[in-house]
Design a protein around this ligand. Structure first.
Ligand code: AGP
Length: 611
């Protein structure tokens, strides 16, 4: 969501801060700011509405130079997108503070601080923390103790980073329910909300845990747990390269990430299938103990990851013959669900930091599941660290806010889970072997499908002036239609809905006229004839059809029916992954034609770490 960077070093830290923000910009990007202490007793603050480039312009015109500083990119929660609401927030001309998360009791704290004489310069919940810290420092506490006292008063979620310009010897940080990572280097130390921000300066990281407070100085890092006791957190060496988030020759990250899918899917499958058998160890050391106990699976996720879960229901029920339910995390976490014995809880998340999904996992841990499992793309994430079983997708960093390669790698990982459970449930070995072979063919099929790009671009014009679009699918490609609709609305701002094609006649058919493009995914499966009848219902009402069809469906181009023929021999197991590709490309080209910000669409953020 918001991006956090902090640095303390022998030299000017402002270039590291701004580069860190640039590397996190995709996560939240409506305003930015930086605070630096050029020397003890002075504070240099620059903030700007808009992206990091705007902040850079401010800094070019009036630099902030100093050996200690913090920087933030904001995705607004409390208070509009204004310079006054941008972080850092300052108290008493000395305390500078940035914050990710939401403080739930800020109204009460604000009244208390106003009564003490504090004047508020913003509408944010964050500013109360800056004044609270100042209130304790003013009484003579050192900054670390002041932060420890201040956070005791907070309810809600936070990652905070703060320094005192009058004593610029340390940065103090604290977290609950929002990630923070300390970056370690020689004679300099750093902090950020994500390792990506710090990869140009270090590969050595310590991940802070719930309730931790850390005192970060140039040559030391001291971490205290929630009870105030000094603790050691392990040092991890990151294998990510600093240029993994560069765009290269592509016009947008999203396009790059669409084209990375054959490799990303192959990497996700690699070393996890041996001789047509899925290795249970891929899910972690506890898998052999847990999988035999699993009688049903309960999947919880948000957005695109939720759509992956909906596909998985078909894999698990049709393929592995095990009951599966799927729901969105924001509903699950407050629903007080009834958990049947032998149920595996599975969270799916690209980032592993989505607040609703993490809260659902934490709720699930209290509810008597046989185990919790995560399918995730970020090894260092909270979701991975807190789940019993983990299967990592290997998509590499995904920068475009619209998820692409994370989704198809989730589908590959879910295919592996389905196969691992099928093996345990005694499904015929020949069928399991056939499915594993089919999974392995997917990267090549995706490669072929990407070659349809020019034809798909040719369709984009027909959508660019539309206000609405309808996506249809049936069976396991119904969630693919849902994902196609989400992609189109996210990046082109065209209102799009997806329906199981059989539902059309129960209401949405009323919307169909010549101005409503209808996109259908038509793989060759047992539901094909039913889907064809549904498409006839659209044509009969004057609706214009755009169909991605298997070559053997008999769906031909005709008046009002455009067809792009997909590669031949796509099996039902493979279809969800392969049919996703043209829908991603279609959304991309429509968005480019409409001139929207493809990688950073309005109002959204990559990682939604607030509720
Ligand atoms: C995808 O295009 C979205 N931007 C969004 O729906 C996303 O999938 C959702 O916020 C969940 O994120 P996660 O996978 O990181 O948990």
């Amino acid at each position: 969501m918001c991006g956090i960077v902090g640095a303390i070093a022998p030299q000017d830290v402002s270039p590291v801060l701004v580069e860190g923000l640039r590397r996190l910009e995709y996560r939240g990007y409506d305003s930015t700011g930086v605070a630096v202490a050029p020397q003890a007793g002075t504070l240099c603050l620059r903030r700007a509405v808009g992206k990091v480039a705007m902040l850079q312009q401010r800094l070019d015109a009036a630099p902030c130079v100093g050996p200690i500083g913090i920087a933030h990119s904001r995705w607004a929660t409390h208070g509009g997108v204004t310079e006054a609401n941008a972080h850092p927030h300052v108290s008493g001309d000395r305390i500078a503070l940035i914050h990710n998360g939401i403080i739930e009791n800020y109204v009460e704290l604000r009244s208390e601080l106003v009564a003490k004489g504090y004047a508020f310069a913003s509408e944010t919940d964050t500013e109360v923390i800056a004044h609270l810290v100042h209130d304790h420092v003013k009484l003579g506490l050192d900054l670390t103790a002041a932060v420890q006292q201040a956070v005791r008063r907070l309810t809600g979620a936070y990652a905070i980073v703060v320094f005192d310009a009058q004593q610029p010897d340390r940065i103090v940080v604290a977290r609950i329910a929002s990630p923070l990572v300390v970056g370690l280097a020689e004679g300099a130390n750093y902090v950020a909300s994500d390792v990506q921000a710090l990869l140009p300066v270090t590969k050595r990281f310590q991940f802070l845990e719930e309730g931790d407070v850390a005192d970060i100085r140039r040559d030391s890092v001291t971490i205290f747990d929630a009870d105030g006791h000094p603790v050691q957190r392990p040092v991890h060496e990151s294998s990510l390269s600093a240029d993994a988030v560069e765009r290269g020759e592509y016009a947008h990250y999203m396009l790059k990430e669409i084209h990375e899918q054959p490799r990303a899917i192959a990497d996700t499958l690699s070393e996890r299938i041996v001789s047509d058998h899925v290795l249970e160890a891929a899910f972690g050391p506890r898998a052999a103990q847990v999988l035999p106990l699993v009688q049903q699976v309960h999947i919880v996720a948000c957005g695109t990851s939720y759509h992956a879960g909906l596909v998985a229901r078909y894999y698990l029920e049709q393929g592995a013959r095990i009951p599966c339910t799927v729901e969105v995390a924001s509903e699950y976490r407050y629903r007080n669900p009834v958990v049947m014995p032998g149920t595996l809880f599975l969270a799916i998340s690209q980032s592993g930091e989505t607040a609703d999904t993490l809260a659902a996992l934490r709720e699930a841990r209290k509810l008597g599941y046989v185990a919790t499992a995560a399918i995730c793309n970020v090894p260092e994430s909270s979701l991975v660290r807190e789940s019993d079983l983990v299967l990592m997708t290997r998509a590499g960093p995904e920068v475009g806010v619209a998820s692409t390669k994370a989704f198809t790698t989730q589908l590959a990982a879910l295919g592996l889970l389905g196969l691992a459970i099928a093996q345990r449930r005694g499904i015929d070995r020949r069928i399991v072997a056939l499915y594993t072979r089919q999974m392995r063919q997917v990267p090549e099929m995706v490669e072929h499908t990407l070659k349809l790009d020019a034809a798909i671009r040719g369709w984009a014009q027909a959508f660019s002036d539309k206000h609405h679009a309808l996506f249809l699918g049936r069976g396991p490609t119904w969630p693919i239609a849902m994902e196609g609709a989400l992609k189109l609305k996210e990046i082109s701002y065209i209102h799009a809905e997806a329906y199981a094609a059989g539902e059309l006649k129960h209401g949405p058919l009323a919307l169909v006229d010549h101005d409503m493009p209808v996109i259908a995914v038509a793989p060759n499966n047992t539901l094909l004839e039913k889907l064809k009848s549904n498409l006839q219902e659209v044509r009969a009402r004057g609706g214009r059809l755009f169909v991605f069809a298997d070559p053997n469906t008999g769906i031909e181009p005709s008046e009002g029916v455009d067809v792009i023929t997909m590669p031949d021999h796509i099996e039902p197991l493979q279809a969800p992954l392969v049919y996703t590709i043209p829908l991603q490309l279609l959304s991309y080209h429509v968005a480019v034609l409409r001139g929207t910000d493809v990688d950073q669409p309005r109002n959204l953020a990559k990682s939604v770490t607030v509720e």
